[in-house]
Design a protein around this ligand. Structure first.
Ligand SMILES: NC(=O)c1ccc[n+]([C@@H]2O[C@H](COP(=O)([O-])OP(=O)(O)OC[C@H]3O[C@@H](n4cnc5c(N)ncnc54)[C@H](OP(=O)(O)O)[C@@H]3O)[C@@H](O)[C@H]2O)c1
Length: 481
């Protein structure tokens, strides 16, 4: 069982922000509650906002009380004692020198300590922070160091290459941990283990048996007050380049002889390609939510959200058709789609097998659904004969809720623990991110053009109606549970 047994200090850049309050403080509290963090640890929030240690602890406390049900008061009190705040500017070297002085005091008497810097800030400030971490002495060769970088790493291939270059100017590659939180989700990791721990299942995963695959990530929420981030990013860039391609690579990767999950993912990613199309609109489709009704509540359209320009063309829904050159998957179409303000929250992989020879009435193809978020579970749809003299069928469904059993940790908690221990296999490598951007870049440029269609859909619906016609060109419907 992985625990952070040696002392560590974690400097959290962007400590006043959305991600820190929504995910990082609750995840760290979970680890503390489970006694997975050592007594000798310090979490130092660094941001421009004016706060002292006490005010920062109040902010962390508020985050725990909002996101953790009935936290134990004693445990919360002891947890908060490990939080400190260093106000500073990301572009001021002297503020980092001061941070280093503070770290030195906090770490006094610790043995074999590890230092971590977590970039929970917009990518525009990654370069300055890295430079000043080195200049200010926070990154020092005598102390093991990890730099955790939140996705998306850049906004396109060029931006990614610039960030990579600048990170490598300050840190060695082994010190950099690119974080895609999907890879911290038990259900997502389980795609790998379901395949390779079940040879029976694994043998079904090949093109002579499979018709097509769908990877869907639906959200029922809107942009949750993150207008600035979302306007710059959009659904396509936010979900496809990172999360959905990671899921597809876990699904199509080969088991590596040396056991490297990273190398397996990278190889699978490098096999993914955009099918040839005279018109790029045949392989990608985008939409934007209009006003509608989500579970009985009237909600605004995207362009009426606070902070969003009325003329915005940012996509909040996208679908993409991909293929893999890998021998086992050749010829199998993959349809990826993701959207906000849809009728439900669900992330799932649905595999439809080839249509069987008709041996009776109503026989349907077999399907395997692996539901990663929402009502997580696995459903294998077979066919069984109805009683009677004529062969006719009804579905036979084998299912398991796939609820995490055992040592279940929140995704950010698990990834932070692994980073402390220097375990890198669930952090994408630079090559993986590069490969993903190279694939996504031309599509992203196409979507950004003024004449590329952007289909409206009512909030609370399945998405743009045009998506049915889009997939029907391949004589297929979208799969439903
Ligand atoms: N929120 C999520 O659910 C989520 C999910 C996945 C990935 N991410 C990634 O995680 C990182 C942080 O996300 P977030 O939602 O927490 O962002 P955020 O709330 O917009 O920003 C975090 C903090 O960064 C500082 N900051 C904001 N804009 C800045 C700017 N232009 N220049 C310098 N500092 C700035 C602010 O602190 P001060 O003003 O106090 O310095 C802010 O509190 C981003 O890279 C984002 O892409 C977020």
């Amino acid at each position: 069982m992985l625990s952070a047994s040696s002392p560590f200090s974690l400097v959290l850049f962007g400590a006043s922000g959305h991600l820190a309050q929504l995910k990082l403080y609750p995840a760290l509290f979970f680890l503390w509650q489970k006694k997975r963090l050592p007594e000798q640890c310090a979490i130092i929030g660094f941001a421009r906002s004016q706060m002292d240690d006490e005010q920062f602890r109040k902010l962390v406390e508020q985050s725990i009380r909002t996101h953790v049900i009935e936290p134990n008061e004693q445990v919360l009190k002891s947890f908060l004692q490990h939080f400190y705040y260093q106000q500073g500017r990301y572009d001021t070297e002297a503020d980092f020198t001061a941070l280093n002085g503070r770290l030195g005091k906090l770490e006094r008497g610790w043995k074999d300590a590890v230092r971590l810097a977590y970039y929970s800030v917009p990518p525009e400030v990654f370069a300055t922070i890295s430079e000043n971490l080195c200049k200010g002495g926070v990154h020092h060769h005598s102390i093991p160091f990890r730099c955790i970088v939140e996705k998306p790493v850049g906004h396109n291939l060029k931006g990614f290459e610039e960030i990579k270059k600048m990170l490598l100017r300050c840190f060695s590659e082994e010190e950099i941990y690119l974080l895609d939180h999907y890879l911290g989700k038990e259900a997502v990791r389980n795609v790998y283990y379901l395949r390779f721990a079940n040879p029976i299942l694994e043998r079904l995963f090949e093109n002579s048996l499979i018709s097509h695959v769908e990877i869907t990530a639906m959200e029922d929420v809107g942009i949750q007050g993150r207008a600035g981030y979302f306007e710059q990013t959009g659904m396509f860039r936010d979900m496809f380049q990172s999360h959905l391609l990671m899921v597809m690579s876990l699904l199509t990767m080969r088991l590596q002889q040396n056991g490297s999950i990273r190398e397996g993912r990278l190889h699978a990613l490098s096999q993914i390609y955009l099918p040839h199309a005279a018109d790029l609109n045949d392989i990608v489709l985008q939409g934007q939510y209009a006003p509608g009704n989500v579970r009985g509540e009237e909600v605004r359209g995207y362009t009426e959200e606070e902070g969003i320009d009325a003329a915005s063309r940012t996509n909040t829904f996208a679908a993409l058709h991909l293929m893999s050159r890998s021998a086992r998957w050749e010829g199998v179409p993959f349809y990826l789609r993701s959207g906000k303000r849809l009728d439900k929250k669900e992330t799932r992989i649905s595999i439809q097998f080839q249509t069987p020879h008709p041996v009776g009435k109503d026989s349907a193809p077999n399907r395997l659904h692996i539901i990663l978020q929402g009502e997580a579970g696995m459903r294998f749809e077979l066919q069984t004969k109805l009683g009677g003299t004529e062969p006719a069928f009804r579905p036979l469904v084998l299912s398991d809720p796939l609820v995490c059993v055992g040592d279940c940790l929140p995704e950010h908690g698990l990834l932070i623990l692994e980073a402390i221990h220097g375990v890198r296999q669930w952090f994408p490598s630079f090559e993986e991110v590069h490969t993903a951007w190279r694939l996504i870049d031309p599509i992203q440029s196409h979507l950004a053009k003024a004449d590329t269609p952007l289909y409206p859909y009512a909030a609370g619906s399945r998405g743009p109606e045009e998506m049915d016609e889009w997939i029907a060109r391949d004589s297929l419907p979208w799969l439903h549970l």
